[in-house]
Design a protein around this ligand. Structure first.
Ligand SMILES: *[C@@H]1O[C@H](CO)[C@@H](O)[C@H](O)[C@H]1NC(C)=O
Ligand SMILES: *[C@@H]1O[C@H](CO)[C@@H](O)[C@H](O)[C@H]1NC(C)=O
Length: 458
């Protein structure tokens, strides 16, 4: 016969031992299967809107795009070659531009104030773009960094400090794995990536240094094409980031960690630049959108027509958030450290819009459908039982017909920033709602760009 007491006491000891196990801090293994299981931090899901900043030596020629060096001396595009021939001394090199990265007007407190007033909840600054120049005094960047040549400042550290001192914005960093012309990268490439001297002596030391020094809550990786994640040692790095780094609980990564990872592995999916799928995505994504349609870096030759309008930006924000994404809206500061008035205006306009309508953006979730079935130009978000419709065009008839909203008698329709409730009727054929848009005197119109209808008690 079984001695039940012995069985029970053994079971008890067994469960006691299990409960005494220390919490395993190495819970993520350097494999996608494990890394992909980590949920995105809640702050990031709630934030919805961030600012991307492309700033570097490319901001000195400030011509074409931030790919200036590659287009000039890599693919030798005619307009870039001619631009240098025409405007710079014979024998000019890309490194010669760095001296003129003057940043004399760089006032990170001012930047922080501007970002806060834009309504952004996080910023992502290029710590290093594909040109290899580091905006901080990196241990492994020798003479190609912002302390050694150009600004003579720690641009990254100064912004991190201002953002944290002045605002509640989360601070993040962009980092390019590869560098177009780094001799060690070129050597590894010539070796068909069977060696990874570049990764061991440059990319990885730099990434660990960045995270340990500045504790970014976004590590936005890029420049991962050419070869797969094994060469880049990215899985090992991400496992460290999630398990042991000083930002292990709050950090967000993206999906650019080597060929085959984009839109497949990592944290948030960026897929391609300006990714705006238009339908609800299962996996959270981020739309990296340049306000200057032709460039992420500052371009002196840009016309007004090449900048997205505030209406276009709000439309993209609405679509992106409705479909389960965050919008990362990009600006390119000038080499002197000033954010040009056109970018400043877009940021302040967005902030003014969000001040009234942010309730339909922050802390929301996608609703059951992203847009309406009857009317164009209305995008939905939801928060618990409340549904928001972001209306991008005011109907010419002052009558708005929606197929997706099925009202009951108690349903309330209001407009954010406007005092009175809106009159509505059930739509006859096919169901839905018919809303009487009010004739609002212009001074009482919440804003001129786009309006949010709030549906309660549906
Ligand atoms: C950079 O190198 C110096 C000297 O080796 C070291 O003291 C410092 O901790 C390093 N900094 C970082 C952030 O790794
Ligand atoms: C909803 O959005 C999709 C994707 O952008 C579009 O194809 C469709 O026409 C939209 N529906 C309406 C009614 O506007």
């Amino acid at each position: 016969m079984l001695n039940m007491t012995a069985v029970y006491s053994r079971l008890l000891i067994f469960f006691l031992l299990i409960s005494l196990q220390p919490v395993d801090v190495h819970k993520y293994l350097p494999e996608w299967e494990s890394l992909d299981k980590r949920p995105l931090p809640q702050w990031y899901n709630d934030a919805k809107f961030g600012i991307f900043i492309h700033w570097g030596v490319f901001s000195v020629p400030a011509y074409g795009s931030e790919w200036f060096w590659q287009h000039w001396q890599g693919d030798k595009k005619a307009n870039y070659v001619q631009f240098v021939e025409k405007n710079y001394k014979p024998g000019w090199t890309y490194a010669d531009f760095a001296r003129d990265f003057t940043t004399e007007f760089y006032n990170p407190d001012e930047w922080a104030e501007l970002f806060e007033s834009s309504g952004a909840k996080y910023v992502v600054l290029t710590a290093k773009h594909h040109e290899g120049y580091t905006n901080w005094p990196s241990n492994v960047s020798f003479n190609w960094n912002s302390k050694a040549v150009g600004p003579n400042k720690d641009l990254v550290g100064m912004l991190a400090d201002s953002i944290r001192r002045k605002t509640n914005i989360h601070f993040g960093l962009y980092h390019s794995l590869y560098e177009w012309f780094h001799p060690l990268y070129l050597m590894d490439q010539a070796n068909k990536f069977k060696t990874n001297y570049f990764v061991k002596s440059k990319t990885m030391p730099e990434l660990y240094e960045l995270v340990n020094t500045y504790k970014p809550e976004v590590v936005w990786s890029d420049g991962d094409w050419g070869t797969g994640p094994d060469y880049w040692e990215s899985k090992k790095f991400i496992a460290w980031l999630y398990n042991d780094s000083p930002v292990r609980d709050s950090v967000v990564t993206n999906d650019r960690w080597g060929v085959g990872t984009m839109c497949q592995h990592g944290g948030v999916f960026t897929c391609q630049d300006r990714y705006n799928p238009g339908v609800i995505q299962k996996h959270r994504f981020e739309n990296a959108l340049n306000i200057d349609k032709n460039s992420f870096g500052y371009r002196r030759e840009a016309d007004l027509s090449q900048y997205l309008t505030i209406e276009e930006l709000i439309k993209t924000l609405a679509m992106t958030v409705s479909c389960n994404g965050n919008l990362l809206m990009n600006i390119g500061p000038r080499k002197d450290g000033k954010i040009s008035p056109i970018y400043e205006e877009r940021l302040r306009q967005m902030g003014a819009w969000l001040k009234v309508n942010g309730e339909a953006i922050y802390n929301t979730q996608p609703w059951k459908r992203a847009n309406d079935t009857v009317s164009n130009d209305i995008w939905f978000t939801a928060k618990e039982k409340t549904v928001y419709g972001i209306l991008l065009k005011w109907p010419k008839t002052n009558n708005l017909q929606l197929g997706m909203i099925q009202p009951i008698q108690e349903t309330q329709v209001t407009m954010l920033g406007y005092q009175k409730t809106l009159h509505w009727q059930k739509r006859g054929l096919g169901g839905g709602i018919s809303i009487e848009m009010p004739n609002i005197p212009l001074p009482l119109l919440p804003n001129p760009y786009a309006w949010v209808l709030k549906f309660e008690k549906l």
